[in-house]
Ligand binder design. Structure first.
Ligand code: ARG
Length: 565
């Protein structure tokens, strides 16, 4: 939202004209000529309710309004109230904020506060699939957004490295496994074992029993079970780290589910003390009827623990270790009930900070190629997707710019950037289908388009003699395209703030895209390098500021910005 329009609407709202801010916003116009101001508010609609002519209403409003900077004048013209922005003031302010200070868009509102962002949380011995990409990319962007606003952030990868499925893996390995095969190509080999075991277990309950037995052994520290589990984990993490490297993502903690194996007794004891546990078919549950939820299953009849038990231990551990102000879980929407139950049990335990925990859900991602399900082994590996994106980008670069230096690096930056941008383009909860052509295109609403715009700005600057904030900024206030670009750049800090408050990185993605679009409009209408004197100086300074913001915005989203492409 244009900040100036916001200000205008806010001023009018205070005048008691009987319209809600939304209605006022919808009525504000941009006059066809600048001589009539930057924004205009027509008063026709008010005539009925205020029982005065539109002209009289406009006159009265203009009289009683005083406008703050960046506005410098308000005037009635017939039935309109016209608002005039001091464009020079605004342009100068923006250029200084971007080019003279560091880190435009940063703030220290988060100072002294700690935010945990839990994301990615892949499952050991299973593929790092395209569904995990969402959590990984959204979580990383959120972490960067909080950081930019001065929060201390802790990025946690809550690995799925524990639970009955490891009983299954161990049992399967003992029946059919071969370590050489696994070492050669770990994830597919482990997946084969898992899929095969599941199939058998569907037909024969004895298999399920055996899996439970081995998980119990693992929980109790049986050395054979622990060693196999550790091997599966080490091999998986080695595979996953290639993906994290490709994405350029790092974590502060890799404490996953198994980390809490020795911390659950204390949780169960606490639940007992608080009289929260009930027996149900031999299992121990926390009843959540009063919250209109099914019970939380804490401990099975054989004594083994569950996903939620580990999450209880994890939340408490995080509070004790980091004393967080916010604890965010970036996890798909299907787990919404799990998190509601988790937070409800924490509250029942007397942890008021449960209110600082939040599930950040996201919708489903589909592939053009078709559906996936780990249990049946039909799955698309994220690493393959990323390499395909890089290869396809390399082809595009070869066609567009065959002499580009360091083509491989650029193809990687652009291919990966395209995938990340696409991920962060819509609000989280929206389901979407991954489409190759749309994602990788250099035109349209894509990562490569924004990266290309940044590279274009770099190339203009490389051909110029340097850019400094000009004495005279009128070339930027008089060139409408330049001024629209300034407006979009001016909204950048608000977009970051908004993205943080709603935990929605797409709000930032859209703002960066808007800046890139406005830049290209400016570029296409204004001969920058052919301009002379003060116009040239002013344009170059604008290009430089735009370059800085695009690079910064992309980096907050987790995307690189090559100088040439
Ligand atoms: N490993 C889980 C999965 O892939 C996600 C873990 C979510 N985090 C949590 N604290 N429960 O579905």
């Amino acid at each position: 939202m244009n900040r100036e329009i916001e200000i205008v609407a806010g001023l009018l709202e205070k005048q008691d004209i009987g319209l809600a801010k939304e209605e006022i916003l919808a009525n504000i116009e941009i006059p066809p000529e600048r001589a009539m101001g930057d924004y205009a508010f027509p008063c026709f609609k008010l005539a009925k309710t205020m029982r005065k002519s539109p002209v009289a209403i406009a006159g009265d409003l203009a009289q009683s309004l005083t406008v703050p900077m960046p506005f410098h004048k308000v005037e009635a013209a017939g039935p309109y109230v016209n608002f005039f922005v001091d464009r020079s003031y605004r342009v100068r302010n923006l250029l200084q904020a971007v080019l003279e200070k560091d880190a435009y868009g940063s703030a220290d509102m988060g100072r002294g506060q700690t935010v945990i962002v839990e994301f990615s949380s892949t499952n050991i011995a299973k593929p790092f699939h395209i569904g995990h990409l969402r959590s990984t990319v959204i979580g990383n962007a959120l972490r960067n957004i909080y950081k930019k606003l001065g929060f201390k952030t802790i990025a946690i990868n809550h690995l799925g490295d524990y639970g009955t499925q490891f009983g299954m893996m161990i049992a399967a390995y003992k029946k059919w496994g071969d370590m050489d095969t696994i070492r050669r190509d770990p994830i597919p080999a482990m997946l084969d074992l898992y899929v095969r075991y599941n199939k058998e277990a569907e037909a024969d309950p004895a298999y399920k029993e055996e899996a439970r037995y081995w998980f119990k052994e693992l929980e109790e520290g049986n050395p054979e079970a622990v060693q196999l589990w550790q091997t599966f984990k080490d091999l998986s993490l080695k595979e996953f780290s290639r993906v994290y490297d490709l994405l350029g993502i790092q974590f502060d903690s890799w404490n996953g589910e198994s980390f809490y194996s020795d911390k659950m007794d204390a949780v169960i004891q606490k639940l007992e003390e608080k009289n929260l546990l009930e027996l149900s078919d031999g299992a121990r549950i926390v009843d959540l009827k009063d919250e209109n939820m099914p019970p939380a299953l804490i401990q099975k009849s054989d004594g083994s623990t569950l996903y939620i038990t580990r999450d209880l231990a994890a939340a408490i551990y995080r509070k004790n270790t980091y004393d967080f102000d916010k604890n965010l879980y970036v996890v798909g929407a299907p787990q919404a009930l799990h998190f509601q139950q988790l937070f409800a049990v924490l509250r029942k335990m007397g942890h008021a900070w449960a209110d600082d925990c939040e599930h950040i859900p996201f919708g489903h991602i589909g592939m053009e190629e078709g559906a996936m399900s780990t249990r049946h082994g039909k799955v698309i590996f994220l690493e393959e997707v990323l390499h395909k994106a890089i290869d396809k980008t390399a082809e595009i670069i070869d066609a567009r710019n065959p002499s580009l230096q360091d083509k491989e690096t650029v193809a990687q930056q652009v291919g990966i950037g395209a995938v990340i941008f696409q991920e962060l383009f819509n609000n989280r909860i929206k389901d979407y289908t991954f489409q190759w052509d749309r994602t990788l295109s250099f035109e349209g609403e894509t990562g490569p388009y924004v990266q290309y715009t940044h590279a274009r700005a770099c190339s203009i600057l490389a051909r110029a003699e340097g850019a400094e904030i000009p004495e005279d900024v009128t070339p930027l206030t008089e060139n409408e395209e330049a001024y629209r670009l300034i407006q979009a750049m001016d909204e950048y800090p608000d977009a970051i703030l908004d993205a943080m408050q709603k935990n929605e990185p797409y709000l930032l993605t859209r703002q960066i895209l808007e800046i890139a679009k406005q830049f290209n409009k400016f570029y296409n209408t204004t001969p920058i390098l052919r301009a002379e004197g003060k116009a040239r100086a002013a344009y170059l300074s604008l290009v430089d500021a735009c370059r800085v913001i695009l690079k910064d915005g992309l980096s907050v989203l987790g995307i690189e910005a090559p100088q040439k492409m």
